[in-house]
Write a protein that binds this ligand. Structure first.
Ligand code: KG4
Ligand code: ZN
Length: 367
């Protein structure tokens, strides 16, 4: 993979930034081949469902209870001992900091006890490399990272080297799916529930606002859509109307994602001389069939190859953290045991600092 890498690298990855406790072992071959030896994800969805969303204190406590068992299971499934590892990677942010601290501390403990290098990985960097877990895709590529906490378009030149082309100015797309689904009385997490309800629905039935239409740049905005959908949901109780509203909401979110991505594709193609154009979509919302289909069409129309991770690697998992860690290790990019857990950690820190509208709180570096 990198010129320095002479042998295979086997890395344990740990992910605890939201509501999944996950551990995985990934091998990155000297020839660039990637093998997922194990990937264990213990979901906390059932614990958070009564509250309609993730409760940070419950998440942190649950990570503490689950982490040792999940790591042991990942090692056993890979038939490896800690001594067989080349390094340990753990998510160090962005995310719910109580949870991030649990996984990062576990990673540090293993690294210290076994004398292994530690890689503190940005969760978004994990999503950025996730399509490389099951497809051979080379850098650079244009990435749409679209999940519950994040919605951004990035030019990815390599691990740790990203340039932001656009991001949401309010909610992330997954957040919009979840919040609208909640107002429609659907269970948490709302995205998959809304997609299921939308099956066979009439997407042209309800008119929803088209935010930022014709506006320069590649930013996203979903708050107007969210408010409009919530208002419509109040007057809708008939199952057919509910189904059509779900289909209309899904179409509206998809339309904005596709429009803004098509714009970014034009910019990216111009900057790259129109050759070797690759597009990748990653993050939980990439599991949505309508979103995938719309993006696939846009990619084909603009001469881009299209890659999306398999469904298991779209949502949060530790295999993507292990691979990002292995790619970092191959480049000698290791972290000290003093690495800190960060609730906010933009992938393109330069852009986040330079653009004053992207301040924490309003737009949020998580976005
Ligand atoms: O990547 P992820 O597991 O966690 C974050 O880092 O945010 O993404 C979770 C998000 C949630 O908002 C969830 O509703 C959304 O991805 N999601 C979907 C679908 N599956 C997951 N949204 C729409 N359709 C789906 N099928
Ligand atoms: Zn995620």
């Amino acid at each position: 993979m990198s010129p320095q890498q002479k042998s295979d690298l086997t890395v344990l990855g740990i992910e605890t930034s939201c509501d999944e406790t996950a551990a995985a072992v990934v091998r990155l071959g000297a020839d660039g081949e990637v093998a997922v030896l194990s990937s264990i994800v213990a979901s906390q969805i059932a614990e958070h469902r009564p509250y309609g969303g993730v409760v940070p204190e419950i998440a942190a406590r649950s990570h503490v209870e689950m982490i040792d068992g999940v790591i042991a299971e990942a090692m056993a499934k890979a038939s490896l001992r800690f001594a067989d590892l080349s390094g340990v990677a753990a998510t160090a942010g962005p995310g719910l900091v109580g949870g991030v601290m649990v996984g990062l501390a576990a990673g540090k403990a293993i690294a210290l006890a076994r004398g292994l290098p530690l890689m503190a990985v940005n969760h978004l960097e994990g999503h950025a490399v996730s399509a490389r877990l099951d497809s051979r895709i080379d850098y650079p590529f244009l990435l749409l990272l679209v999940s519950g906490g994040h919605c951004q378009l990035l030019e990815v030149e390599g691990v740790g080297r990203c340039r932001r082309l656009g991001s949401t100015i309010d909610d992330a797309a997954g957040e919009a799916f979840d919040k609208i689904a909640k107002t429609m009385g659907l269970p948490y997490p709302g995205g998959p529930a809304l997609e299921k309800l939308a099956e066979g629905g009439d997407a042209s039935r309800f008119v929803l606002p088209r935010a930022l239409l014709g506006r320069e740049g590649c930013d996203f905005s979903f708050s107007g859509l969210k408010t409009a959908a919530a208002r419509l949901a109040e007057g809708v109780s008939d199952p057919i109307d509910q189904r059509d509203l779900a289909a209309s909401v899904q179409a509206a979110i998809t339309r904005q994602l596709v429009e803004r991505t098509a714009k970014a594709m034009k910019l990216y193609a111009a900057a790259h001389g129109g050759r070797g154009l690759r597009f990748v979509v990653a993050g939980g919302v990439a599991a949505n069939g309508a979103v995938r289909e719309g993006l696939q069409k846009a990619a084909a129309a603009q001469g881009f190859s299209f890659t999306a991770p398999s469904l298991a690697y779209c949502t949060d998992n530790a295999a993507m953290i292990a691979l990002a860690g292995a790619e970092r290790l191959a480049l000698g990019l290791t972290s000290g045991l003093d690495a800190v857990a960060r609730p906010r950690w933009p992938l393109d820190e330069a852009a986040a600092l330079a653009d004053p509208t992207h301040v924490p709180g309003r737009k949020g570096a998580k976005a």
